[in-house]
Design a binder for this molecule. Structure first.
Ligand code: IPM
Ligand code: MN
Length: 330
């Protein structure tokens, strides 16, 4: 069976790491047909297209989307991020951002294995708010956080469904309920109600600031973490840093209802300073491709790719890709 994959290399190192991920998928014997979409900062600067509704509709029939990275030094921050990446997350209803962390924290000796489930369609990311009297001494800016019972509950349910099938069977809610009392209360009550349906799953709650300490000093306490969009964004960079580096951090933007394609991308950004130099580590993109294969029911190939990435490879982007492809193919 051929999987139809839309490929958005994007900006900076994105196209290079994505090309290696595709090589590795093919080396694993998975049959894919790829269609490249020229989107990102360069395209925007050329003709103004970020992600039109027509292009979005062209993406919908694909089995999944592989994304490199977005962010261009000549484009104002937020334009491509909101117009391309966040537009896909919202419009394709990619309500779960799943980010696995397997690694050993700096100074540690024992491997940890936890997964962050980040709500991906609400919170401060929706862009609620605005600015008045911009550039004057009386400027006002507000930026709200949108949390719906529906959105919070489907995210928490996903986390419990994931945990119930894992060995440790444990979910930690991370929030800031002591300060964000409205949103925090909704998250905490919803968490408690869903947890009651899963008596076999253990639970905990951490404030996000405390979670930052535990990520560094005691990551073994975690199995599945569920959290708000912005907390999840910040925590998963830290997760990368304590699990072998952001060069290994993978992510899946999932539409678990499968009403359209899901999207897979490394956690890292476009790193324009090293773009085109064949220096970027493609492992995060390759591991993101493995998450894509999990979702496409190609779990055997996905496991082979993860096994091939377990032993670190160093070298240029293409060297690392070739070495992992060779391991996967042998
Ligand atoms: C991520 C990125 C994005 C986010 C940016 C590029 C908008 O940091 O996927 O973690 O904040 O979600
Ligand atoms: Mn981020």
């Amino acid at each position: 069976m051929t999987h139809n994959i839309a490929v958005i290399g994007g900006d900076g190192i994105g196209p290079d790491v994505t090309a290696e991920a595709i090589k590795v998928i093919r080396a694993a014997g998975v049959d894919i047909a790829t269609t490249e979409f020229d989107l990102g900062g360069d395209r925007y600067l050329r003709d103004g297209e970020i992600l039109s509704d027509e292009t979005l509709d062209a993406l919908r029939p694909f089995d999944s989307i592989l994304l490199g990275a977005v962010g261009h030094p000549d484009v104002k921050p937020g334009v491509i991020e909101r117009g391309l990446l966040l537009k896909m997350r919202f419009e394709l209803d990619l309500y779960i951002n799943q980010r696995p962390f397997l690694g050993t924290a700096p100074g540690g000796t024992v491997q940890h294995d936890f997964i962050v489930i980040r709500e991906n369609t609400e919170g401060p990311y929706v862009g609620e708010g605005g600015a008045l009297r911009v550039g004057t001494p009386n400027e006002v800016a507000t930026q709200g956080s949108v949390n719906t019972r529906f959105g919070v509950e489907r995210c928490i349910r996903y986390a419990f469904e994931l945990a119930v099938n894992r060995e440790r069977k444990h979910v930690t809610l991370v929030h800031k309920t002591n300060v964000l009392s409205f949103a925090g209360d909704l998250w905490q009550r919803t968490f408690d109600e869903v947890a009651a349906e899963y008596p076999q799953v253990g639970t905990a709650y951490n404030h996000v600031d405390a979670a930052c300490i535990y990520f560094v000093q005691d990551p073994h306490r975690y199995d599945v973490i569920v959290t708000d969009n912005l907390f999840g964004d910040i925590l998963t960079d830290l997760g990368g840093a304590v699990s072998g580096g952001i060069g290994l951090a993978s992510s899946a933007n999932l539409n678990p209802a499968r009403t359209g394609p899901s999207m897979f991308e490394p956690v890292h950004g476009s790193a324009p300073d090293i773009a085109g130099q064949n220096k970027a580590n493609p492992t995060a993109a390759i591991l993101s491709a493995a998450l894509m294969l999990d979702f496409l029911d190609e779990g055997v190939a996905a496991d082979r790719i993860r096994a091939a990435c377990a032993e670190p490879v160093t070298g240029s982007t293409t060297d690392v890709g070739a070495a992992i492809a060779a391991r996967v193919g042998s």
